[in-house]
Design a protein around this ligand. Structure first.
Ligand SMILES: Nc1ncnc2c1ncn2[C@@H]1O[C@H](COP(=O)(O)OP(=O)(O)OP(=O)(O)O)[C@@H](O)[C@H]1O
Ligand SMILES: [Mg+2]
Length: 374
């Protein structure tokens, strides 16, 4: 799919703009603080109903304005579609897809698929496990409405269970019902995540090796108490096991951790606590890799997730590359350019564009105004 046009009103520094795009590579060029990232942020918003900067919707609305408006047109090669969003300071945002009001914002994920790369991606490697779960789940959300449903069932039940665990007088029959329900939705989440890992492993290694111009063993393990042994050691799950087996295992582990959960008054086992362990030649990328290696791993991981979505849907998500080249050495920059998938691509830069990047259209961004320069 690709984006054919973007119109904004009162999004951050941008008062208004009307831009149209082709399928190839579009660059937004300009000094710092002029509105380049805001353009990518607006595109991302229409696929996620939130910003990729981990900020509230309020921050996206231009200062002193009541609402921001984003209108985006796209085509999946067969039919045109449009997403129109009004982001308010109070109340829920109103999102319309092809003129129909969207009931659940989470349904946007399969309407416009995007893969975003930002300098903050370093957090995926260095930060807490929630960052790693988030990108994995984000890719899976783009693949299937079934995953979206299982994931939100799981989150809802988890909330109920955590509330119950905090009760003075716990009704254990209710706890049993919630645990069974958690195992049903949680095993579907697990199954999808394990499938994604099997699919992406090869791309992760080849992308890493290509960008780094080196041949290390790149490792990726799914870490979960569900697969841990009685000594608390992490055991690699069988990625091919079926959802019924996962459900049984998960329920077993919930029972195993029951006393601890009651004592701590929250759920300690399940996909909401799981992690990805990434390594380069058996070195933990989180604690034993250089900044450049961590950045390369983050890029390779995003590339592999893009592949997972492409492999499952046949669609090539739109690439949003926010300032990614500025942090890389020249060799890595060119090798990253070489390994980019052939998707519609938007790049931003405050400096030079890589000489090997074939750019089809350049926009200058200055003080929130965007003008075409080619
Ligand atoms: N809600 C808002 N209302 C008005 N202006 C805002 C708002 N939020 C951010 N800004 C301003 O918008 C400007 C553009 O921000 P943006 O992050 O898009 O810049 P950029 O061109 O990507 O810069 P850089 O090259 O430094 O990444 C900044 O000067 C910022 O202070
Ligand atoms: Mg920026």
């Amino acid at each position: 799919m690709y984006i054919t046009s973007l119109s904004l009103e009162d999004v951050r520094i941008i008062k208004s703009c009307d831009l149209s795009f082709d399928q190839g590579v579009t660059a937004f060029v300009g000094d710092n603080g002029q509105g380049k990232t805001s353009l990518l942020e607006a595109m991302f918003w229409t696929s996620h109903a939130k910003s990729f900067r981990h900020v509230s919707n309020d921050d996206v609305i231009r200062k002193d304005c009541d609402f921001a408006k984003i209108e985006l047109h796209l085509t999946d090669g067969q039919r045109p579609q449009d997403i129109v969003a009004t982001i308010n300071r109070v109340g829920r945002a109103g999102v319309f897809v092809n003129g129909q009001r969207l009931k659940r914002n989470r349904d946007l994920a399969t309407t416009l698929r995007v893969s975003v790369f930002t300098p903050d991606d370093l957090e995926i490697i260095k930060g807490s496990s929630s960052f790693r779960r988030e990108i994995l789940d984000d890719a899976l959300h783009q693949i299937s409405p079934k995953y979206v449903a299982a994931y939100s069932d799981y989150q809802r039940t988890l909330k109920q269970k955590n509330a119950l665990l905090k009760d003075q007088h716990i009704d254990f029959s209710v706890l049993d019902v919630l645990n069974t329900s958690l195992a049903v939705s949680g095993s579907q989440v697990l199954k999808s995540r394990l499938n994604a890992l099997s699919t992406m492993r090869e791309t992760l290694q080849s992308s890493y090796r290509h960008i780094a111009d080196d041949e290390p063993m790149v490792g990726m393990r799914y870490i979960s108490k569900i697969f841990g042994n009685d000594h608390g050691e992490d055991i690699d799950p069988d990625e091919d096991q079926n959802v019924e087996a996962l459900q049984e295992l998960f329920l077993e582990k919930i029972n195993y951790y029951k006393d601890i959960e009651l004592r701590r008054a929250h759920s300690v086992v399940g996909p909401h606590r799981d992690d990805l362990f990434l390594s380069i030649d058996d070195r933990d990328t989180r604690t034993q890799a250089s900044q450049g290696e961590q950045r390369t791993m983050a890029l390779a991981l995003k590339m592999a997730l893009h592949y997972v979505v492409h492999n499952a849907t046949g669609d090539n998500p739109v690439l949003l590359l926010d300032d990614v080249f500025s942090e890389l050495d020249l060799g890595r920059t060119h090798r990253l350019v070489e390994s980019l998938p052939s998707a519609q691509t938007f790049v931003t830069t405050a400096t030079e564009l890589p000489s090997t990047l074939k750019v089809d259209k350049i926009f200058q961004v200055k003080n929130g105004e965007i003008s075409s320069s080619s």
